[in-house]
Design a protein around this ligand. Structure first.
Ligand SMILES: Nc1ncnc2c1ncn2[C@@H]1O[C@H](COP(=O)(O)OP(=O)(O)O)[C@@H](O)[C@H]1O
Ligand SMILES: [Mg+2]
Length: 367
C-alpha cells in the first residue's frame, strides 16, 4: 500500500570537497532503492550550503545531473516543515520518517548534519554526532584508538597557529618522532584531498602548507609499509563484519584522488584471501574500533597489513564510505551475501532502531 511506505529524505551534495562524489553516491542509491517500499524525497545541498528539496522520486534517474536542483524559495521553505511541521502537510513538506545523509566529508559526515537531525528528533542513517565528528578528525580518531590500545601509525598534529608561529621547531619535532617518509594530511578531509607523502624537509614544508589550505590542523604520520585492506562493519550493538577487500594502486605513490576516482588507476580485490589468524585479528580490530569510536549503522574500517610483522595497523574509519554500487563498501557486502538494495534497507532499519532506542532516554528528572 502506497501510504504505508516510509518516507526517506536523501541528503546529498554538501558544502564539501567531496560534493561531486556525493552526487554519484546519491544517483546510485536513489536508483537502487525499492520505491515500492520507500517514498524517496531528494534534498540537494548545494556548494553554498543551501538546502533544496525536490519532488518525490517516481522512477529511475537517467543522469546524476537531474539531482542538481536549482534554488527555489518555495522548495527551500519545504525543509522548514521538518523543523515546524504545519498542517495539513503537502507531499513535499512532510517530515520524513528517516533521513539518509549521503554526504561525504565536511558539513555532512562530520556530525554537523547529525546534530541538526538530533535537534529535530529525526531518525537518520549512520553514526551519531560524537562518532561522526571524531572520525572526521584524523587526530581525534587516532587519539581514541590509541586510548583503546588499537594499533595505528605514530602521528603528530600541527595547527596553523603552531606552523605560522614556529615552523622550524615543528619540523624538528616531526623529524625526531616520525621521520621520513611520512604522510601529511588535513586533519579533517577525505578522498585523499590535500594529502602528500614526503621524503624530505622541503617536501614536508610544502605538504604542510598545502594541507593547511583544507583545514586549520594537519596530521603527520609515520609511513606504514604494507597492504591496504578494508572491511565493512554493520550494526548498532551486535556488529557484523563483511569479507575483507584489498586496494591495489597502480602508478601512484599511494591511494590518491586520481587512483580513487579515475578508472584503471586502482583495482579492488574482493574478497581478499588472508590467513585465518590475520582475518580473525582484522575482524576483531574492526569491531573494537567501531565500538571504541561510538559508531552506529555502518563504517568501513581501513587498515594496513604491515609487511614487516603482518600486524593490523588501523588507518581510519569512514562513517560514510564511498557508497555507489561500484564502491568498496557495498561490494564487500555483496560478496558477503547482502545485495546493494538489501544493504540500503538494512541501513534504514538500523537508523530507525537507533532512533527508537533514543526515545527511551528521559530528559526530565524522574522522581
Ligand atoms: N601512514 C600511512 N602510511 C602509508 N600510506 C598512507 C598512510 N596514510 C595514508 N596513506 C595513503 O594515503 C591514502 C589516503 O589517506 P587516508 O588517511 O585514508 O585519507 P582519506 O581520508 O582522504 O582517505 C591511503 O589510502 C593510503 O594509500
Ligand atoms: Mg582513506
Amino acid at each position: 500500500m502506497a501510504n504505508e511506505r516510509k518516507t526517506v529524505a536523501v541528503l546529498y551534495g554538501g558544502k564539501s570537497t567531496e560534493h561531486e562524489i556525493s552526487l554519484l553516491t546519491a544517483f546510485s542509491v536513489i536508483n537502487a532503492i525499492n520505491l515500492k517500499r520507500y517514498r524517496v524525497l531528494p534534498v540537494y545541498i548545494n556548494q553554498d550550503g543551501r538546502w533544496i528539496p525536490g519532488s518525490e522520486i517516481t522512477g529511475k534517474l537517467e543522469s546524476k545531473d537531474q539531482l542538481l536542483l536549482h534554488e527555489n524559495v518555495k522548495a527551500e521553505r519545504a525543509v522548514e516543515h521538518w523543523i515546524a511541521p504545519s498542517s495539513p502537510l503537502d507531499a513535499t513538506s512532510a517530515r520524513p520518517d528517516i533521513v539518509f545523509p549521503l554526504l561525504h566529508g565536511s558539513n555532512g559526515e562530520d556530525g554537523t548534519v547529525q546534530g541538526l537531525m538530533e535537534l529535530l528528533n529525526l531518525a537518520y542513517v549512520g553514526s551519531g554526532v560524537a562518532g561522526s565528528s571524531v572520525c572526521m578528525d584524523k587526530v581525534l580518531m587516532k587519539d581514541v584508538l590509541k586510548t583503546h590500545k588499537i594499533q595505528g601509525p605514530d602521528y603528530l598534529s600541527v595547527s596553523r597557529f603552531e606552523w605560522e608561529s614556529d615552523a622550524p621547531s615543528r619540523i624538528l619535532a616531526i623529524k625526531r618522532s616520525i621521520g621520513y617518509p611520512c604522510f601529511v594530511k588535513p586533519a579533517n578531509g577525505g578522498s585523499s584531498v590535500g594529502i602528500s607523502k614526503c621524503v624530505s624537509e622541503t617536501e614536508l614544508s610544502a605538504a604542510i602548507t598545502e594541507a593547511l589550505l583544507y583545514d586549520s590542523k594537519v596530521i603527520v604520520e609515520e609511513h606504514i609499509n604494507g597492504r591496504e585492506i578494508e572491511i565493512g562493519v554493520l550494526g548498532n550493538h551486535e556488529l557484523s563484519v563483511s569479507v575483507p577487500g584489498e586496494i591495489i594502486t597502480k602508478n601512484a605513490a599511494f591511494y590518491d584522488y586520481q587512483s580513487k576516482y579515475h578508472e584503471g588507476n586502482s583495482t579492488l580485490v574482493i574478497p581478499v584471501h588472508l590467513s585465518e589468524k590475520v582475518l580473525a585479528e582484522l575482524e576483531e580490530t574492526a569491531k573494537r574500533a567501531f565500538a571504541a569510536l561510538n559508531l552506529s549503522g555502518l563504517a568501513r574500517v581501513d587498515v594496513f597489513l604491515r609487511e614487516k610483522d603482518q600486524s593490523i595497523v588501523v588507518n581510519e574509519l569512514n562513517t560514510m564510505p564511498g557508497f555507489t554500487q561500484f564502491s568498496m563498501f557495498p561490494l564487500l557486502w555483496q560478496h558477503t551475501g547482502l545485495s546493494y538494495p538489501q544493504l540500503i534497507e538494512t541501513l534504514i532499519d538500523l537508523g530507525l532502531q537507533r532512533h527508537d532506542d533514543k526515545q527511551k532516554i528521559h530528559y526530565r528528572i524522574q522522581c
